[in-house]
Structures are given as structure tokens and as C-alpha cells.
Design a protein around this ligand. Structure first.
Ligand code: PMP
Length: 414
């Protein structure tokens, strides 16, 4: 008996046994029917769906694919550990080694805790920060995503006002707004959460100012609150170390996930000595948080981070793709905003946000041609992408612009 089926059949079966047929960011209900929903395999920069189509994957599993799917060195280390034991009654020596290596890697870190998903790391940070001085208020940038927990998940269904009772919002990169938020709850601030840059769905991305990054640090110091930087999406893509090192701003806690396991399920909270006692006092755990295989994969990933030019390569590939698409958009008369670092690009057509007609049509055409671009979520470069992949993608985007021009009326056409 085969359990495989094509996309349509699997969608019909899923509709019976999976709520909504699919949930969370894996649901393709906001995309066109040309997007794949179920996958058969992945290798390097490529994904194959259950219907046998191959894509150059610019979603990179929504981030985790940094060195290429199935990287031989990472998979060999994972397989060796898997044969010895993965989820056991407790951790292996790898946990200590991994903590030691990450403490060496990231400037502010004096200790590490491991978990499974990025949301876990952010949850541990929140509890640690509240335990630090017994405070309640947690300041978040409006719209910032830190995981699907009741205190942050974007959809209101199932969430009570009490779940957010002690969450205070400010505008990202706006020092006045941040100061006002701190002032409104001064004396009861447990944490300020920051992300290295603004990377929310449906929004243009942007880098924050140094003044903002420094203000987060200063206000945390003034309040004796913990500064949390959520590196879950940015980690290892902007830098081999902390993403705000170039501002010379160090957090007390940083949350990591996605890339650090080289495709295996592991997340991490790094903290400094100031936060050590609080992290020791809280109770957090998970059945799979101590599993050894992802830790073996994470150690190997860190070796590749230190020994290869993956960072320079992914930035170069990202720049080449951005330059090529920018030239095409201009030539075809479209205003396509490519924002954020080119290694994590967001592509939104000007004036298209309400309906996403242009974005959905354009990406639909690239998907049909084997380049998996997304109409409203930021994308990611991986080290396995080559100049030939960029060339293939640019042919797909060129053809997609032509289709767009022929089928969709330009917005704001004079
Ligand atoms: N924080 C950020 C900045 C993220 O981008 C994400 C995931 N997109 C999370 C937290 C949550 O991570 P996970 O999905 O692994 O729980």
C-alpha cells in the first residue's frame, strides 16, 4: 500500500483529518493553486513536491536550511549519533560541548539552554526575565513574531485579554515610543524584546538604527530589566555571531532556533551571568529537548559556520538575485520593493498589499518555472545555492514579469 498521493488527493484526505487541511504558516490557503503543499524530498538548494516538481527553494524550510538540505557532513554526524542513541533518559556529553561552543561563539553568552523550537526559546526567555526581579511587564514591538504562544501568536482566536495582560507594545525602531512604553510601566519591567531587524509578513523589512538598539540596552539597564534579542530568524544568516555586534550592543538573553541544527530540530537560549540565577530558578523542560541527534548536527553546523565561507557566499548570491530582479522590474515597469538584507529578502509590489494580486500572480509564475518565491513572507538564501540557480531563477522571474504585464493591470497606472 502506498501512502503517497498527488497534491490534490492529499489535500482532500487532509481536509478530513487535519483541521483546515493544514494549519499555521504551512497552510497554502493564501497562495495560488500553483504552490505545492506536500513534499517528497529535499537535497541541497532543491525541494521536490509529491507531484515530482523540482523547486529552487527560497523559503529554506522557513529558515532552517542554511547549508543545503541533507548536508553530508551534518547528516553523517547526526547518523552516527542516531545509531548510538537519540532521545534517552537524559542528555549526552554533546549537550555540554554544544553549550561550551556556543558560549565561545557569542559575545554576551555565559551559558546555554537547549529546546526544540524557536517559540520554546522565547518562552524560556520570558519566564527567565520575569523570574529575574519578580516583575511582570514584557515589552514587545507591535506585530513582531516570537512564536505561537498565547502571549504572542498573531490570530486572536482562543486568546484571552488576560493572556496578554502584562504585554506592553511599542513601535519597532521608534525610541520615543519605546521610552513611553517603558515609562507607562516603570518599576515593573521584566524584559524588552527586540529583533535584529524588522522582518514581519506583509511588511517591507528594514534595519533598525544604532540609536534604537542602544536605547533598548540603556532602558533595560535603567530599569534593571533583561534585554532579549530574538535571533530565531536572523541567527547565523546576518553574522556568525550576534546580529547586533556591529552596533556593539549586547543583550542579556538571545533566542536561537531554525539554522543552528543544520536542519535538525533544536533551539537555544543564550544568557549572561546576570541572568544565570533566574534561569536556574525557573522550571522549564521538554521530552525532546535533550535529544542527542540534533545536538550532534548542531555541533557540526557550528564547525561549518566557523570553517566555510557560507556567509559571504549567501550574501553574494542574495545580492546577485536582488540586482537581477531589480533590473527586470524596472525594465518591465513594475515597482517591486526588495527590502531587508539580500540574504533574507522580502519582495512586495508597491500598492499591492491589500490584495497581493501582483505578488501572488508573479510568484505563481515563478513557482511554475521551478523557483519557489513567496508573495508576502521573507525568503532565505542557503549555502548550496549556485550562480546557475540564480540564473535559472532570473529566467523564471523574467518570464513571470512578462506574464504579469500581459495579464494584470499595473497599479497606479498613469
Ligand atoms: N521568533 C522568530 C523571530 C521567528 O521568526 C520564529 C519562527 N518563524 C519564531 C520565533 C518561532 O520559532 P518556531 O517556529 O521554531 O517555534
Amino acid at each position: 500500500m502506498t501512502t503517497l498521493g498527488n497534491k490534490k488527493q492529499l489535500q482532500e484526505r487532509a481536509a478530513q483529518v487535519i483541521p483546515g487541511g493544514m494549519y499555521g504558516h504551512q497552510s497554502i490557503k493564501f497562495l495560488t493553486d500553483d504552490f505545492p503543499q506536500f513534499y517528497a524530498r529535499a537535497q541541497g538548494a532543491y525541494l521536490w513536491d509529491v507531484d515530482g516538481h523540482r523547486y529552487i527553494d527560497y523559503l529554506c524550510a522557513y529558515g532552517p536550511n542554511l547549508f543545503g538540505y541533507g548536508h553530508p557532513q551534518i547528516e553523517a554526524a547526526a547518523a552516527r549519533q542516531q545509531a548510538l542513541g537519540d532521545t534517552m533518559t537524559g542528555p549526552t556529553a554533546l549537550m555540554v560541548e554544544l553549550a561550551e561552543e556556543w558560549v565561545k561563539q557569542v559575545k554576551h553568552a555565559d551559558w546555554a539552554m537547549f529546546a526544540r523550537n524557536g517559540a520554546d526559546a522565547n518562552n524560556i526567555a520570558l519566564v527567565t526575565a520575569r523570574a529575574y526581579k519578580g516583575r511582570r511587564k514584557v515589552l514587545l514591538a507591535t506585530g513582531a513574531y516570537h512564536g505561537a504562544a498565547t502571549w504572542n501568536t498573531p490570530a486572536p482566536a482562543g486568546i484571552t485579554p488576560e493572556d496578554r495582560a502584562h504585554i506592553v507594545y511599542f513601535d519597532y525602531n521608534d525610541v520615543d515610543s519605546l521610552e513611553a512604553a517603558v515609562k507607562s510601566v516603570a518599576g515593573d519591567v521584566a524584559a524588552i524584546y527586540a529583533t535584529p531587524f524588522r522582518h514581519e509578513v506583509l511588511h517591507d523589512q528594514f534595519l533598525p538604527s544604532a540609536a534604537y538598539a542602544r536605547a533598548v540596552r540603556r532602558l533595560c539597564d535603567e530599569q534593571d530589566a533583561l534585554m532579549v534579542v530574538d535571533e530565531v530568524r536572523t541567527g547565523l544568516r546576518l553574522s556568525r555571531t550576534g546580529s547586533w555586534d556591529h552596533f556593539d550592543v549586547q543583550p542579556d538573553l538571545s533566542c536561537w532556533g531554525k539554522t543552528i541544527g543544520g536542519g535538525h530540530a533544536i533551539a537555544m537560549l543564550l544568557g549572561n551571568d546576570k541572568a544565570r540565577q533566574a534561569a536556574q530558578d525557573i522550571f522549564v523542560t521538554g521530552s525532546f529537548w535533550y535529544s542527542a541527534t540534533p545536538m550532534a548536527a548542531a555541533l557540526e553546523t557550528l564547525k561549518l559556520v566557523r570553517s566555510t565561507d557560507y556567509l559571504e557566499h549567501t550574501h553574494r548570491i542574495g545580492d546577485a538575485l536582488r540586482a537581477g530582479i531589480a533590473e527586470q522590474a524596472l525594465r518591465h515597469g513594475f515597482v517591486l520593493k526588495q527590502t531587508g538584507p539580500s540574504v533574507m529578502p522580502q519582495m512586495l509590489f508597491d500598492g499591492d498589499n491589500a490584495t497581493l494580486t501582483l505578488g501572488r500572480t508573479w510568484t505563481s509564475e515563478t513557482v511554475k518555472r521551478g523557483a519557489f518565491l513567496h508573495p508576502y513572507h521573507n525568503m532565505f538564501m542557503c549555502a548550496a545555492m549556485t550562480d546557475a540557480d540564480v540564473a535559472h531563477t532570473l529566467q523564471a522571474t523574467e518570464d513571470a514579469f512578462k506574464v504579469l504585464k500581459a495579464t494584470v493591470k499595473l497599479p497606479l497606472a498613469a
